[in-house]
Design a protein around this ligand. Structure first.
Ligand code: F6P
Length: 746
């Protein structure tokens, strides 16, 4: 209330003063005007009385004088009139002013002697009057007498009082109106936003992150809110990280854990000085037309699977393309939000791209150009100049977004993948103190394959802005060193595994990416046995039937077509497995605006239908094809259900599905059929390795997986689980960070 008064009181005082001054001036003006009118009227009536009185005074006609006085007093507001002789004695006077005779009025003598008329304001009995006296002169200017007209002035006071009344009523009404408007404005621009900010903080304090709605305030208050939001977000993320640290410090573990990684990062990097940049965001808000609500989903992406656990453990900021159609609704004024939504551990900053940018940079140059260029699947890359220009613009946009976030001292920026080949140089040019690492999640081709790219030099130069470039396997590192050596004016140091270009050295290393394996965790959110049983029922799978699973984005590099052909061949070759074998394929539609991907979806649909039609027997069909997006939690029961997991990529940087399957098999059951053209095949040597192009060999490998003795399967699974437990995602991140920090450049 006190604050409201403080706000309103000055306005009130100013407005009241304004009205008072203008009222006084208006009253003054009116009063002067009324007085002028009265004087004018008195003068004119006095002059006409003078004319009539001249004759009367010449003849000293008293009777006529009285008649004249009577006739004049009937005029408007004229209260009376008097006729004097030249000695100043009254000859005739209006009855009600007869007492005038007794009054001493010295100025009458002055008028007689000076012969100059005069007006005077006087008080007579209860009347306030204005009397105007003027001399009556003969033709020779000799004095005959005087006439006087007397006006009542009380009407002037009545008029002025009425005026003041009107001014006061208007002023009070206006003041009340101003107070009401001021209160309303104050409520709108101050009280409501403050109330919302308070509510926001209450939810924030209670950890009710789902209730935190973004603010849309503009101007100075908007800026304040925006700053408050950023501080709150950082506190939330930091709070999470610190409490976790305290919790996990108690555990002793030989393996790389999130605790170890967290300790390493805290020791080596400043708090929250870790920045990750990728195209794909870890959380995407998508509007669901059927429910009318927005859902938060985890996109199917190797980058997301790998990087999310690192930032969850260590905090930091992840900058990515906000590609969900509802994404804008969930960010604060600086396009940021805390994620995971229910338990904020790090900050996601969304970068917005318009349709043209997304088309040119993502669908065009990244996925029609670089993607087929780097994957050896005999798919022709398409390089369009317009796509390349857009790719450059978007890289710059991301660089600007990253640069605007960087703290003053030595930040660590971890760039992901082929979408951002130009970013490292763009960042380094502006912030040479920043440590920049680029991880390439897909294969790197041979120099012969790479050299068809028209923009090879700019791409290599951009990448070499990094201090460290990581690939999954040594072979990709070697290809890159060869490429730099052959296509760029640079010096390749084969001892140090580095490329020196324009005095800048970039180290090339293999870091096989992995997953957060939870190998020794043993804790399950949902009872896995019951979950698998439920799934079996849903899919109408009979007990004892062999189940193989495949989990992929629908991409021509994943060898989904080859897989289906191999299943067809397997059933033709080994018909005893009909009705005893089912293959469940989870397929997430991906990059559907690209014709090749669109066509592939149609091709797989047709093929699945054809093979199912060919082999169907009663209620049994060999392939259950589930084409939709699956969350991480949705996928886990399928891994547990699968007696076999099939990964048949024609070429793949690593392939984390293979590792996820192994990590889920805590009972050591199951067999992994794995393409030899994946990065994972270098580590998971106990998988059944196949050449997916050889349908015959592929079909036989399915039989081998089914028939493999239990002990053999367990032994292989145990070995693979050991590899994953040791080389988990925390070790991967720790290796990159340690390497980057230890780098001694020339
Ligand atoms: O793993 C390679 C990769 O291109 C990642 O960079 C990407 O996140 C993933 O495949 C999924 O592709 P997209 O992001 O185009 O859906």
């Amino acid at each position: 209330m006190k604050r409201v008064l403080l706000f309103i009181l000055p306005i009130l005082i100013l407005v009241t003063l304004g009205f008072a001054i203008s009222g006084i001036m208006q009253a003054r003006f009116t009063e002067e005007k009324l007085m002028d009118d009265l004087k004018r009227k008195a003068r004119s009536v006095g002059e006409s009385l003078e004319l009539s009185a001249e004759y009367i005074l010449l003849n000293n006609d008293l009777k006529q004088a009285n008649r004249l006085v009577d006739s004049f007093q009937k005029r408007e507001r004229l209260q009376g009139c008097v006729i004097y002789n030249k000695d100043g004695q009254i000859l005739a006077i209006t009855e009600r002013f007869s007492d005038f005779k007794e009054r001493q009025r010295p100025y009458l003598k002055d008028i007689l002697s000076s012969k100059i008329p005069r007006g005077v304001l006087e008080k007579f009995k209860e009347y306030s009057v204005y009397s105007y006296v003027l001399p009556v002169l003969n033709d020779d200017e000799s004095l005959l007498g005087m006439v006087e007209v007397i006006y009542d002035t009380s009407y002037m006071f009545t008029t002025l009082a009425e005026l003041w009344r009107k001014i006061s009523v208007t002023s009070i009404t206006l003041i009340l109106l101003i107070i009401a408007i001021a209160l309303l404005i104050q409520r709108q621009i101050f009280i409501i936003p403050v109330r919302r900010l308070t509510q926001w903080f209450t939810h924030f304090q209670r950890g009710e992150t789902d209730k935190l709605r973004p603010f849309a305030e503009k101007g100075e208050f908007g800026k304040l809110i925006s700053e408050v939001e950023q501080v709150a977000l950082s506190i939330r993320v930091a709070r999470r990280t610190i409490s976790d640290e305290a919790h996990v410090r108690l555990q002793k573990d030989e393996l790389w854990t999130e605790t170890k990684l967290k300790n390493l990062i805290h020791a080596k990097l400043d708090d929250n000085a870790l920045f990750v940049v990728s195209n794909r965001e870890p959380y995407m808000h998508v509007f669901n037309e059927s429910t009318g609500k927005s859902a938060c989903i985890r996109p199917a992406s190797g980058v997301v699977t790998a990087i999310h656990p690192i930032l969850s453990a260590c905090g930091g900021t992840w900058i990515a393309h906000g590609s969900g159609n509802s994404d804008r609704k969930f960010v604060n004024s600086k396009d940021k939000l805390g994620v995971p939504p229910e338990d904020n551990r790090y900050i996601l900053k969304r970068v917005w791209l318009n349709k043209e940018e997304e088309q040119g940079y993502y669908y065009g140059f990244s996925n029609e150009g670089l993607w087929p260029l780097c994957h050896n699947t005999h798919t022709r890359p398409v390089f369009k100049e317009s796509d390349w220009l857009m790719y450059k613009e978007v890289n710059q946009k991301f660089a600007d977004s990253v640069l605007s976030e960087l703290p003053a001292s030595s930040p660590f920026i971890f760039v992901q993948d082929y979408h951002f080949t130009l970013l490292p140089k763009m960042i380094k040019d502006k912030r040479p103190d920043a440590k920049v690492a680029l991880f390439w999640h897909i294969p790197w081709p041979t120099p012969e394959a790479f050299m068809i790219c028209p923009y090879q030099n700019e791409i290599l130069e951009g990448m070499l802005g990094s201090d460290l470039i990581g690939f999954h396997v040594q072979n990709h590192c070697n290809n890159f060193l060869d490429t730099a050596n052959r296509l760029l004016e640079s010096r390749v140091d084969t001892e140090k595994f580095s490329v020196v270009r324009s005095g800048k050295e970039t180290f090339i290393r293999a870091f096989p990416i992995s997953i957060d394996a939870h190998i020794d965790d043993g804790s399950f959110r949902v009872d896995p046995v019951r979950q698998v049983e439920k799934l079996r029922k849903e899919l109408e799978l009979e007990d004892g039937i062999v189940i193989a699973v495949g989990v992929d984005r629908i991409d021509y590099t994943k060898g989904i077509v080859e897989r289906i052909l191999a299943i067809d061949r397997f059933l033709d070759k080994y018909p005893e497995y009909k009705k005893n074998f089912v293959f469940v394929q989870l397929a997430a539609p991906s990059r559907t605006h690209i014709k090749r991907y669109h066509d592939l979806i149609g091709k797989i649909d047709e093929l699945v239908e054809k093979i199912n039609r060919k082999h169907t027997d009663g209620n049994w069909k060999p392939i259950i094809y589930l084409k939709k997006h699956f969350s991480e939690d949705d996928i886990q029961p399928y891994y547990r259900l699968g007696d076999i997991c099939i990964v048949s990529s024609l070429h793949d940087g690593m392939n984390l599905v293979a590792k996820e399957y192994v990590a889920e098999k805590s009972d050591l059951s199951g067999a992994l059929i794995l393409s030899q053209f994946t990065g994972a095949a270098r580590e998971l040597t106990d998988a059944i390795l196949i050449n997916p192009y050889s349908i015959e060999e592929f079909a036989d490998s399915i039989k081998l997986a089914i028939q493999m003795p239990k002990e053999e399967k367990q032994r292989r699974m145990e070995n693979m689980r050991k590899v994953i437990a040791e080389n988990n995602i925390f070790r991967w991140a720790a290796n990159i960070i340690t390497e980057l920090i230890a780098l001694k450049t020339i």
